[in-house]
Structure formats: C-alpha cells, structure tokens
Ligand binder design. Structure first.
Ligand SMILES: [Zn+2]
Ligand SMILES: [Zn+2]
Length: 385
C-alpha cells in the first residue's frame, strides 16, 4: 500500500538520558529531545493484516491536527518540536474515517463494510490509571498516528475496541463523501468534550462563555457550547478568516485580540460579571492567561486545552476571591466521549462541515502541509479515496 512516511535520526540530546525501555523500543517519550533531521516521502509499505482483536480500515479521509504540524517544525539543532511519544519511521494521522474491510477472529461488535472513525489513544488496560478508569493517563499508551501507523496511508490497522461506527450520521449528510468528512472531524470534538464535560465538569445552560483561539479546537468549542446551551459565545482570534469561521460555527461575536483588550470586551459583554466559562484553545498562554484571570466570573471556570511549552505567571488573587476554577485538560479517551459526540452529530446538534476550508487528494499531502502552516484555515482534509 501507499503511505506518506516520516523518518528521523535517533540522536538523544546530550542532556537527555533515554530509559532502558525507550532504548529497546525506540519509542521516545519526549520526541523533541531525541529525534532530529525529519524527512518525509511516499513509500510502499506492506498492507497491514489484522491481529485477532484488530480491524483493517480502508482509508477515506484524514485531517491534519495542530500536534501533527509540530513534527514538521524543528529547532536550530534540527530536533523536531513535537514533545510527545514518537517512534520513526511512522505514518501520521489520527483524525480519520474509512470503511472496515477486514476484522480479526475475535471481533464481534464491528463488521466488514461499516464506516468508522477511531479513538486514537490505545490504552494498555492494566496500568494504575487504566485500572481506575483514567485511560487518558495510561502509562503504556500507544497512539494511532504517533507510535502506531496512522491515517496518511491507504489502510490502517487499529484495535477493534478503538473503532466507532459513523453510520448514524448518514441521514444528516448529502453524500457518502460528507459522511467521511464528518467522521474525520469527530476527534477534535472529542478533545473539547473531554475538556468541558469530563475534566471541567460542564457548565450551566445560560452561561456566558469565551473561546480564545479560532483554530479547529476553538471552532469545535464554539459548536459544542452552542449545542449545550451557552447564552453567549465570544471568540478572540487574530486571523480574519478564522473569525469568520467562528461566526459560522455559532459564535455571537469574534474579535481580534490585537486590536481590542479581551478582558475589557468580556466584562462589557457580560454586564460586568465576567465569563462563566473560558476556553483556552490558542496555545498562547502569555496573552490568554492574564486576560482570563481578569475577566472570570464568580465561580467561573477557565479550561485550558491549548498546548504551549511556555512558562507563564499566574496572579491567583482574582481567581481566589471569585473561587474560580482553573482546569488543564488533555486527551479524549473513554468516558463515553466518542459515542456522545457521535450522537450529537447524528442528531444534527453539531455540524462540523463548516470548519472544512480545503481538501487535497492523497498525492498532494506536501501541498496540504504548506497550506496548514499558513494560519487562517479551519480544518484541511486529505481525500485518501
Ligand atoms: Zn488531533
Ligand atoms: Zn494503561
């Protein structure tokens, strides 16, 4: 099969001592400290065969994620910027949809021909976090599109338990193509769902809400807030294209934080009460944390989803006097997240399609990558077939 493969050189930084397990498996826990000189090319790989508990998916759609882009950025010494779990050579792509074409001998809940999306985090099931039902913190985590070959290929092998049918979305879309588009966009919504409802414990319908950042996670946040009863959704985003997308996804207003002071706008738009819920989806903590601190409501919640390898100072006083809650969230595994997001899509409560701003054929992944690097897009999808 044809696949878009990344490769890099194993060369741990002088101050990074890989563990025995990392050395043995060549699976680096901190990719940015080990891998340098990334290359990418189309290659022919063996078409995967299923193990007894696996399925093989014929790929239809795959999206680029913010974390994927960090693989293609390097520092002055040539090390990749992605700080997480990595092994090379590898095939990226964890936001995907396709059709099941083969199932292992033990697989019963999913059948050949089923259109599916996948849960990308593959938990071990036996470590302490897994045993207390916290799969997002699994100590032996594998991730499809990171440590297991992902969706930038004609076929993908995943454990059957990580597959979710998207067939229920079919009545909401105009074509089979749109069904796979929606399927590939489930993942960013699951990240938002996890942060809002699992990690932060939700919000009250009628809440005044704010989203910092209008990339895919910010846009998915807007749609989720709208579906779940926010009374007002304000977005702060620097690019005009993404501000327009935020309005399309259901925001009440979108502002450029370079030309207005976010905390002043929030206070003015919330009767001076502050926002009940603020979401950081910009990965720009130096700017967003102080703005959120200064415009949080009494008992308000600040939910950080964006990732930013920056040290920032927090002034706790305004948070403390309002008994505000700061939640830092990651992941999307387990906890009923995938089936609930799929139900919301099947019911038409959330529609991810307006987020899609470009589609490229499988042979043009490098061009899609270049387009992704220029900010301003919503979601760029690759049409694998
Ligand atoms: Zn993603
Ligand atoms: Zn585990």
């Amino acid at each position: 099969m044809k696949a878009f493969v990344l490769d890099a050189t194993w060369d741990p930084r002088p101050d990074y001592r890989p563990s025995a397990v990392e050395l043995e498996t060549r699976r680096a826990l901190v990719g940015s400290s080990v891998w340098r000189h990334l290359t990418s090319s189309y290659r022919t790989l063996d078409t995967p065969k299923p193990g007894p508990d696996d399925v093989i998916i014929k790929q239809r759609r795959v999206g680029f994620c913010g974390s994927d882009m960090h693989f293609f950025e390097s520092d002055a010494d040539g090390y990749i910027k992605y700080p997480g779990l990595t092994r090379f050579p590898s095939v990226l792509g964890h936001e995907l949809a396709g059709d099941v074409v083969e199932v292992g001998a033990n697989v019963t809940h999913i059948k050949v021909g089923e259109p599916v999306t996948i849960e990308d985090m593959v938990r071990c099931g036996t470590c302490f976090p897994c045993r207390i039902n916290q799969p997002n913190f699994c100590e032996n985590l594998d991730e499809v599109g990171f440590s297991i070959n992902g969706g930038f290929a004609e076929y993908v092998r995943v454990p059957a338990r990580n597959c979710w049918s998207i067939a229920a979305i079919r009545p909401r879309v105009a074509s089979e193509g749109e069904l796979y588009d929606c399927g590939a966009l489930v993942e960013p919504f699951t990240v938002v769902y996890n942060a809002l409802f699992i990690a932060a414990g939700g919000f009250q319908p009628g809440a005044y809400t704010v989203v910092h950042g209008g990339g895919p996670i910010g846009l998915a946040s807007v749609a989720m807030l709208r579906a779940c009863g926010a009374a007002k959704i304000l977005v702060f985003e620097v690019t005009p294209q993404r501000r327009a997308l935020a309005l399309k996804m259901g925001a009440d207003a979108a502002y450029d934080p370079k030309t207005v002071k976010a905390e002043e706008v929030v206070m003015a738009e919330t009767e001076g009460l502050g926002a009940d819920l603020q979401i950081e989806a910009a990965g720009a903590f130096v700017h967003t944390i102080p703005a959120m601190e200064n415009s949080v409501s009494l008992l308000g919640k600040i939910v950080v989803i964006g990732r930013d390898a920056a040290r920032v100072s927090i002034y706790p006083e305004p948070l403390q006097v309002k008994r505000a809650i700061l939640v830092l969230a990651k992941g999307n595994a387990g906890m009923g997240i995938y089936p609930n997001v799929l139900r919301l899509m099947a019911a038409g409560r959330i529609d991810p399609r307006p987020m899609i701003t470009a589609k490229y054929p499988f042979g043009q992944i490098p061009a899609a990558l270049d387009a992704s690097k220029a900010r301003g897009h919503g979601k760029i999808l690759i049409d694998v077939a």
